[in-house]
Design a protein around this ligand. Structure first.
Ligand code: PRP
Ligand code: URA
Length: 214
Protein backbone atom coordinates (compact mmCIF):
# COMPACT_ATOMS: atom_id res chain seq x y z
CA UNK A 1 0.00 0.00 0.00
CA UNK A 2 1.46 3.38 -0.96
CA UNK A 3 1.38 6.55 1.11
CA UNK A 4 1.65 9.76 -0.92
CA UNK A 5 1.83 11.82 2.30
CA UNK A 6 5.33 10.47 2.86
CA UNK A 7 6.69 11.69 -0.49
CA UNK A 8 7.92 15.26 -0.07
CA UNK A 9 9.40 17.11 -3.04
CA UNK A 10 11.15 20.44 -2.37
CA UNK A 11 9.28 23.49 -3.73
CA UNK A 12 10.36 23.87 -7.38
CA UNK A 13 11.50 27.49 -7.08
CA UNK A 14 13.61 29.21 -9.72
CA UNK A 15 16.53 29.12 -7.30
CA UNK A 16 16.29 25.33 -6.97
CA UNK A 17 15.87 24.96 -10.72
CA UNK A 18 19.01 27.02 -11.30
CA UNK A 19 21.00 24.80 -8.91
CA UNK A 20 19.82 21.65 -10.69
CA UNK A 21 20.58 23.22 -14.07
CA UNK A 22 24.21 23.60 -13.00
CA UNK A 23 24.67 20.10 -11.61
CA UNK A 24 22.87 18.47 -14.55
CA UNK A 25 25.12 20.26 -17.08
CA UNK A 26 27.79 17.80 -18.22
CA UNK A 27 30.17 20.75 -18.77
CA UNK A 28 30.08 21.70 -15.07
CA UNK A 29 33.46 21.36 -13.36
CA UNK A 30 33.88 19.05 -10.39
CA UNK A 31 34.34 21.95 -7.98
CA UNK A 32 31.11 23.60 -9.14
CA UNK A 33 29.32 20.25 -9.05
CA UNK A 34 30.34 19.86 -5.40
CA UNK A 35 29.49 23.44 -4.46
CA UNK A 36 26.00 23.46 -6.00
CA UNK A 37 25.16 19.90 -4.93
CA UNK A 38 26.09 20.93 -1.39
CA UNK A 39 23.64 23.81 -1.59
CA UNK A 40 20.82 21.43 -2.54
CA UNK A 41 21.90 18.99 0.17
CA UNK A 42 21.61 21.78 2.74
CA UNK A 43 18.02 22.45 1.63
CA UNK A 44 17.19 18.75 1.95
CA UNK A 45 18.66 18.56 5.44
CA UNK A 46 16.72 21.64 6.54
CA UNK A 47 13.51 20.11 5.16
CA UNK A 48 14.29 16.86 6.97
CA UNK A 49 14.65 18.79 10.21
CA UNK A 50 11.29 20.47 9.52
CA UNK A 51 9.69 17.03 9.68
CA UNK A 52 10.87 16.13 13.19
CA UNK A 53 8.45 16.32 16.11
CA UNK A 54 8.81 19.11 18.67
CA UNK A 55 7.63 19.73 22.21
CA UNK A 56 6.79 23.08 23.82
CA UNK A 57 9.64 25.05 25.38
CA UNK A 58 9.33 28.44 27.04
CA UNK A 59 12.36 30.73 27.29
CA UNK A 60 12.83 34.20 28.71
CA UNK A 61 14.00 36.72 26.11
CA UNK A 62 16.51 39.54 26.67
CA UNK A 63 13.57 41.89 27.21
CA UNK A 64 12.50 39.86 30.23
CA UNK A 65 9.39 38.49 28.53
CA UNK A 66 8.54 34.82 28.18
CA UNK A 67 8.46 33.33 24.71
CA UNK A 68 6.54 30.13 24.13
CA UNK A 69 8.59 28.20 21.57
CA UNK A 70 9.46 24.61 20.82
CA UNK A 71 12.39 22.25 21.01
CA UNK A 72 13.18 19.10 19.06
CA UNK A 73 11.96 15.92 20.62
CA UNK A 74 14.20 12.88 20.29
CA UNK A 75 17.67 12.15 18.99
CA UNK A 76 18.81 11.85 15.41
CA UNK A 77 21.63 10.23 13.49
CA UNK A 78 22.71 10.05 9.86
CA UNK A 79 23.32 6.91 7.81
CA UNK A 80 25.00 7.29 4.45
CA UNK A 81 24.79 4.77 1.63
CA UNK A 82 28.38 4.67 0.41
CA UNK A 83 29.93 5.94 -1.68
CA UNK A 84 27.72 8.75 -3.02
CA UNK A 85 25.70 9.16 0.19
CA UNK A 86 28.83 10.27 2.04
CA UNK A 87 28.65 13.52 0.07
CA UNK A 88 25.61 14.43 2.17
CA UNK A 89 27.23 13.95 5.57
CA UNK A 90 28.78 17.41 5.81
CA UNK A 91 25.43 19.08 5.09
CA UNK A 92 23.95 17.18 8.00
CA UNK A 93 26.90 18.05 10.26
CA UNK A 94 26.57 21.72 9.32
CA UNK A 95 23.07 21.71 10.82
CA UNK A 96 23.51 19.17 13.62
CA UNK A 97 26.85 19.55 15.37
CA UNK A 98 28.59 16.27 16.29
CA UNK A 99 25.72 14.20 14.91
CA UNK A 100 26.43 10.46 14.90
CA UNK A 101 26.83 8.98 11.45
CA UNK A 102 26.63 5.35 10.40
CA UNK A 103 27.61 3.85 7.06
CA UNK A 104 26.18 1.19 4.79
CA UNK A 105 28.27 0.19 1.78
CA UNK A 106 25.97 -0.86 -1.04
CA UNK A 107 27.14 -0.96 -4.65
CA UNK A 108 24.93 -1.35 -7.69
CA UNK A 109 26.16 -4.00 -10.13
CA UNK A 110 27.07 -2.14 -13.32
CA UNK A 111 25.61 -4.88 -15.56
CA UNK A 112 22.43 -5.84 -13.75
CA UNK A 113 21.80 -2.65 -11.69
CA UNK A 114 21.11 -4.94 -8.73
CA UNK A 115 22.43 -3.75 -5.34
CA UNK A 116 24.96 -5.68 -3.30
CA UNK A 117 25.53 -5.15 0.41
CA UNK A 118 29.19 -5.18 1.50
CA UNK A 119 29.38 -3.59 4.94
CA UNK A 120 27.54 -1.67 7.60
CA UNK A 121 28.56 0.12 10.77
CA UNK A 122 25.76 1.84 12.66
CA UNK A 123 25.40 3.66 16.01
CA UNK A 124 24.62 1.11 18.74
CA UNK A 125 21.53 2.98 19.91
CA UNK A 126 20.19 3.55 16.39
CA UNK A 127 16.83 1.98 17.29
CA UNK A 128 16.20 4.94 19.63
CA UNK A 129 16.98 7.61 17.03
CA UNK A 130 15.44 9.30 14.03
CA UNK A 131 17.57 8.22 11.08
CA UNK A 132 18.42 10.54 8.19
CA UNK A 133 19.22 8.04 5.44
CA UNK A 134 21.44 9.73 2.85
CA UNK A 135 21.78 8.88 -0.85
CA UNK A 136 21.67 11.43 -3.67
CA UNK A 137 20.24 9.08 -6.33
CA UNK A 138 17.08 6.93 -6.21
CA UNK A 139 17.01 5.07 -9.53
CA UNK A 140 15.47 1.57 -9.42
CA UNK A 141 15.13 1.94 -5.65
CA UNK A 142 17.07 -1.27 -5.01
CA UNK A 143 19.92 0.30 -3.03
CA UNK A 144 17.68 2.43 -0.83
CA UNK A 145 15.41 -0.57 -0.15
CA UNK A 146 18.40 -2.69 0.85
CA UNK A 147 19.56 0.04 3.23
CA UNK A 148 16.11 0.23 4.84
CA UNK A 149 16.18 -3.56 5.35
CA UNK A 150 19.50 -3.16 7.22
CA UNK A 151 17.99 -0.41 9.41
CA UNK A 152 14.86 -2.46 10.11
CA UNK A 153 17.02 -5.46 11.05
CA UNK A 154 18.45 -3.15 13.78
CA UNK A 155 14.91 -2.43 15.00
CA UNK A 156 14.62 1.06 13.53
CA UNK A 157 10.90 1.57 12.88
CA UNK A 158 9.99 2.82 9.40
CA UNK A 159 8.33 5.88 10.97
CA UNK A 160 11.73 7.06 12.21
CA UNK A 161 13.49 6.90 8.85
CA UNK A 162 13.72 10.00 6.66
CA UNK A 163 15.32 9.31 3.29
CA UNK A 164 17.06 12.41 1.88
CA UNK A 165 17.67 12.30 -1.86
CA UNK A 166 18.65 14.75 -4.64
CA UNK A 167 17.18 13.08 -7.73
CA UNK A 168 14.54 10.36 -7.86
CA UNK A 169 12.94 8.40 -10.69
CA UNK A 170 9.18 7.83 -10.63
CA UNK A 171 9.84 4.07 -10.77
CA UNK A 172 12.15 4.22 -7.74
CA UNK A 173 9.81 6.40 -5.71
CA UNK A 174 6.82 4.15 -6.44
CA UNK A 175 8.63 0.94 -5.56
CA UNK A 176 10.18 2.37 -2.40
CA UNK A 177 7.00 4.03 -1.17
CA UNK A 178 4.95 0.85 -1.77
CA UNK A 179 7.45 -1.27 0.13
CA UNK A 180 8.03 1.19 2.96
CA UNK A 181 4.97 3.45 3.13
CA UNK A 182 5.93 4.80 6.55
CA UNK A 183 9.40 5.97 5.53
CA UNK A 184 9.42 9.66 4.61
CA UNK A 185 11.14 10.42 1.29
CA UNK A 186 12.43 13.98 0.97
CA UNK A 187 13.67 14.59 -2.54
CA UNK A 188 14.72 17.63 -4.56
CA UNK A 189 13.23 16.52 -7.85
CA UNK A 190 11.45 13.61 -9.52
CA UNK A 191 12.76 13.06 -13.06
CA UNK A 192 11.12 11.56 -16.14
CA UNK A 193 12.21 7.95 -15.74
CA UNK A 194 14.97 5.39 -16.15
CA UNK A 195 16.96 4.86 -19.33
CA UNK A 196 18.05 1.49 -20.79
CA UNK A 197 21.01 1.39 -18.37
CA UNK A 198 18.72 2.06 -15.39
CA UNK A 199 20.17 5.54 -15.03
CA UNK A 200 17.84 8.40 -14.15
CA UNK A 201 16.85 10.49 -17.18
CA UNK A 202 17.48 13.34 -17.76
CA UNK A 203 19.38 12.90 -14.46
CA UNK A 204 22.94 14.03 -14.04
CA UNK A 205 24.98 10.89 -14.71
CA UNK A 206 26.92 9.07 -12.02
CA UNK A 207 26.71 11.26 -8.94
CA UNK A 208 29.52 9.53 -7.04
CA UNK A 209 31.93 9.83 -9.96
CA UNK A 210 31.11 13.51 -10.50
CA UNK A 211 31.37 14.40 -6.80
CA UNK A 212 34.48 12.38 -6.00
CA UNK A 213 36.37 11.61 -9.20
CA UNK A 214 35.82 13.44 -12.48
C1 PRP B 1 24.33 4.86 -6.94
C2 PRP B 1 23.56 5.80 -6.05
C3 PRP B 1 22.62 4.88 -5.33
C4 PRP B 1 22.30 3.86 -6.39
C5 PRP B 1 20.97 4.19 -6.99
O1 PRP B 1 25.35 4.25 -6.25
O2 PRP B 1 24.36 6.56 -5.19
O3 PRP B 1 23.19 4.28 -4.20
O4 PRP B 1 23.33 3.94 -7.38
O5 PRP B 1 20.56 3.19 -7.85
P1 PRP B 1 19.35 2.22 -7.53
O6 PRP B 1 18.25 3.05 -7.01
O7 PRP B 1 19.04 1.62 -8.89
O8 PRP B 1 19.82 1.16 -6.58
P2 PRP B 1 26.39 3.22 -6.88
O9 PRP B 1 26.04 1.82 -6.46
O10 PRP B 1 26.54 3.45 -8.35
O11 PRP B 1 27.73 3.54 -6.14
P3 PRP B 1 28.47 4.88 -5.74
O12 PRP B 1 27.75 5.41 -4.55
O13 PRP B 1 29.83 4.39 -5.41
O14 PRP B 1 28.46 5.82 -6.91
N1 URA C 1 23.47 6.10 -9.85
C1 URA C 1 23.79 7.35 -10.25
O1 URA C 1 24.77 7.93 -9.78
N2 URA C 1 23.01 7.92 -11.19
C2 URA C 1 21.95 7.30 -11.74
O2 URA C 1 21.27 7.90 -12.60
C3 URA C 1 21.62 6.01 -11.29
C4 URA C 1 22.40 5.43 -10.35
Amino acid sequence: MSNQDNILVLPQTNQLLSLYTIIRDKATSRSDFIFYSDRIIRLLVEEGLNQLPVTPRTVQTATGVNFDGVTFQGKICGVSIMRAGESMEQGLRDCCRSVRIGKILIQRDEETALPKLFYDKLPEDIADRYVFLLDPMLATGGSAAMAVEVLMSRNVPQERILFLNLVASPEGITLFNKKYPKVKIITGVVDQGLDDNKYISPGLGDFGDRYYCV
